[in-house]
Design a protein around this ligand. Structure first.
Ligand SMILES: [Zn+2]
Length: 481
């Protein structure tokens, strides 16, 4: 049902009419389904191991088990069970090598692709399933559209464009028709209750309403093909962006989203005010196909929230866009009316801003320095002059010392490529982030440009499995009245 919900927003007007149409479609779809027969997969054949008969299939490293017949449009449902570090894949439209591949692998968010990924085309980095617990999955092909659902939540909705982009390695990762194959990659993964329904050649996913991406001109698919993680860790559900819209956009663009509320005060949009609200919010989003982040907002958040409550999130970030200025005033430097130079020069103000940044990153345990090196509006045109090597080094020192990742911010196009190169040289890790204000935001253009320009590799990227913030001490270094 979540799949249906997630696409409803595309009907911009005539909501009632849309609801009626959706209801009609559901009626028609179930009528069609009744005519097609569902087959339970009970016989599996392996070129090396022979035949296996049964409702359950355990797949081990290096094994390939074929099942079913030749399918074009189909729906496959089943359950899977993984052990720690185990990985298997399900190939479809395959002769053994060709076709697409769905990943089955759970565990920590460490940069490996996870359960439900349409491997090398729509990689996912957080699994909605756990090791040691049976979980449901569904894979469907209707025309050019492929959907994958894990525990009833749609995690992939990919439409193969007319001219797909594929590297030589993945040249045959395309829709055609073919068999199903279960392939063991590492350890052991068990499947059971596999049922396949052959769908009519004309079957279409009515909820796939966003235009397919033009892959000939898309940077994301190129990184997907290299298995380079494309994650936007800094997405806010604000300005009309709902969970369902974020889910649909993320699946369409091929960018995994990390959705984060702001915890604290003074920011824009919804703010979490206390631990109770933190847990409530967390429960709201925990089963959505996003990474779960939180942003410490304002400068009081470290005393407002417990480390335990904020610890439930996959990651935490903060920025230095709210500072205590040289006269002790809390100042949001993204608001020109709150930036007061008074009797000091811009150079002195800059020194103070760097002091504040260092204090924030030293005393507030964040995983990621977001909106990094942001300057008040009237100083931005001289960014390179203000960010001297000495100042850059002071900030990079503290990132290095506390294992804090540096966000490559797509909205503000910061930090500069020069700073990114210097950070890479020191082994500092990176994340991508947008910090959107509404539903209309880009596709990480600057971040992906930086990958290209600065030669970043997957090894340069940060993942929540590297987080050390829970072990860090919270220092209350400001005294507020
Ligand atoms: Zn933000």
């Amino acid at each position: 049902m979540r799949q249906r919900k997630s696409f409803r927003f595309f009907s911009s007007n005539g909501r009632y009419a849309t609801l009626i149409i959706i209801t009609l479609f559901i009626g028609i779809l179930s009528a069609c389904t009744k005519q097609s027969t569902t087959q339970t997969l009970k016989t599996f054949t392996s070129p090396e191991l022979g035949k296996h008969v049964g409702n359950k299939l355990s797949v081990k490293t290096g094994e390939t088990w074929f099942a079913g017949e030749d399918y074009r449009n189909f729906k496959l449902t089943g359950e899977a069970l993984t052990s720690p570090d185990a990985e298997a894949s399900l190939r479809f439209h395959t002769d053994g090598q060709s076709g697409y591949e769905i990943t089955f692998r759970n565990g920590a968010i460490d940069g490996t692709r996870k359960t439900g990924s349409l491997a090398a085309v729509r990689n996912l980095y957080r699994s909605l399933a756990e090791d040691g617990k049976w979980f449901r999955f569904e894979v469907a092909v209707r025309g050019k559209n492929i959907t994958v659902a894990i525990n009833d939540t749609t995690v992939v909705c990919y439409t193969e464009p007319d001219q797909p982009y594929r590297t030589e390695m993945y040249a045959n990762r395309l829709l055609s028709h073919g068999q199903l194959a279960f392939c063991g990659i590492q350890g052991e993964v068990t499947f059971r209750d596999l049922r396949v329904t052959r769908l009519n050649d004309k079957a279409r996913n009515k909820y796939d309403t966003l235009p397919p991406v033009d892959e000939q001109n898309d940077a994301v698919i190129r990184l997907q093909q290299q298995n380079f993680p494309v994650i936007d860790y800094h997405v806010h559900l604000k300005g009309g962006l709902t969970k369902e819209m974020a889910q649909a956009m993320s699946m369409n663009y091929g960018i995994q989203y990390g959705v984060a509320p702001n915890a604290g005060e003074g920011g824009v949009g919804r703010m979490l005010a206390n631990d109770k609200e933190v847990y409530e919010y967390y429960n709201e989003v925990k089963d959505m196909p996003f990474l779960r982040g939180v942003q410490g907002e304002g400068r009081r958040w470290t005393s407002t929230f417990s480390q335990e409550a904020l610890g439930v999130f996959d990651y935490l970030f903060t920025d230095a866009m709210t500072i205590v200025d040289h006269k002790g005033r809390l100042s949001r430097i993204y608001r020109p009316e709150e930036v007061h130079y008074d009797d000091i020069t811009h150079e002195q103000y800059m020194d103070h801003l760097v002091d504040q940044t260092v204090k924030i990153l030293t005393n507030e345990p964040a995983d990621i320095y977001a909106n990094p090196t942001y300057l008040p509006e009237d100083m931005q045109k001289d960014y390179a002059t203000y960010w001297t090597d000495e100042r850059i080094n002071r900030v990079l020192d503290v990132l290095e010392k506390h294992h804090i990742a540096l966000e490559i911010n797509a909205r503000y196009r910061i930090p500069s490529l020069d700073i990114i190169r210097k950070a890479k040289e020191r082994g500092i890790k990176f994340t991508f982030g947008t910090n959107n204000v509404d539903a209309n935001f880009g596709r990480l253009e600057y971040s992906l440009e930086a990958v290209e320009q600065c030669g970043l590799t997957a090894d340069d990227m940060w993942f929540p499995s590297m987080s050390v913030r829970r072990e860090r001490q919270v220092v209350i270094y400001n005294s507020f009245e």
